[in-house]
Ligand binder design. Sequence first.
Ligand code: TYD
Ligand code: MG
Length: 459
Amino acid sequence: MAKPKKRYICQECGAVSSRWQGQCPDCSAWNSLVEEAPETKFSARHDLSAGGRSIQFEALDAPSEALSRRSTGLAEFDRALGGGVVPGSAILMGGEPGIGKSTLLLQAAAAIAKAGSQSVYVSGEEATGQVRMRAKRLGLADAPIKLAAATSVRDILTTLGSGAPPDLLVVDSIQTMHSDMIEGAPGTVSQVRASAFELIRYAKENNVALVLVGHVTKDGNIAGPRVLEHMVDVVMSFEGERSHQYRILRALKNRFGAVDEIGVFSMEGAGLEEVSNPSMLFLSGREEPVAGSAVFPALEGTRPVLVEIQALIVRLQSGATPRRAVVGWDNGRLAMLLAVLESRCGLNFSSAEVYLNVAGGYRLSDPAADLAVAAALVSALADKPLPLRSIWFGEVSLSGEIRPVSHSSLRLREAAKLGFDSGCGPSESRADGGQNVAKLRYSGLSALTGLVDRVMANP
Ligand code: TYD
Ligand code: MG
């Protein structure tokens, strides 16, 4: 028999190498390759005469059962899921350690249990005493949750198999689970994959809604479990800055709904509180205009959220390489915007340090933020504040044009509702009713040079 070939699996991205290397050839992570048990080989080809079962083809429009969804008891969680959990579905809940995943899921499990359904919470990270203490702090000590501390998938499935299947099963976290079907330490890619596979199969066969917690690494990938993303039905990410109280729950993938709605929570002394009207959260509420601050009407699903973008420019005397630091926005996007401002508008950032911050620990992904970031940068560079109650939105192209964005009127309407009186955006937006919403004056810009003129003209 041929000696089984050794294989090394990158713990970050799951790439397989035949020899150990210091750096993963696929994702360039350092020291991430770990030797794992060789894969079981399947015979190269199916024997067609051996008689597989024939499968039934169905019409696409054949009648099927309507999707039933169950509320998690937290409206914001339901909203991010697209209307509640679907029985028999597997959800991967990713987030940095300490962001509040266990708290959120304990609250959801408690709400489901209190509503008369069965919920099981299996903790692989904390002792039952610790979970009980958290439940007490959350005021949920009386919720009829079935709680266990376990890490063996076989034990968990044997126990669950001996009774009626629960409605909700929370496994916190998948990186601590261990399947004895294969070799390897908990947390390795093979273990995570095998444990998840068994749990998901149980959930599908028994119509159990399964939530797997997965810790993410600092670059935003779900460590190891990134290889799980295709196995589960829903991938959720729980985000926020640990030092700020706001948390955002987003679906990155959802086989049962849209991925654009978010759930907003605030971490309080007694757990996560739902924020049903988040549009004001990320504004500083300041009454004096300051240079370098611009308000952007972001759109999260169907809800507008107004966020403040702050820029700081520090001129350097020496020839040292200037720093660029960004919190809450994309680094590469800032570099692009600076390059466009330099080459199309003749501004000079090359000898200045640029700091960009999105207030409140919010993370912007909406491309319409370009114009607001540019406005903050130009305002900081010129040391001229933008008008106090104004909003800015639009996508900036490499040629310096301002491109139209989705839902201009929705953004403007929300801003008007919150007392903003002027808005600046793409010139095309007038067409979709974006002009002069309520008492808000709208000015359209077609190019970034127009923005610079506007900021400079401000007293
Ligand atoms: P946790 O749910 O343990 O995070 P995760 O499971 O994502 O690692 O929550 C961790 C933080 O939340 C902890 O540092 C303290 C904070 N917290 C509160 O502020 N209030 C609370 O009521 C609870 C339970 C936690
Ligand atoms: Mg936890």
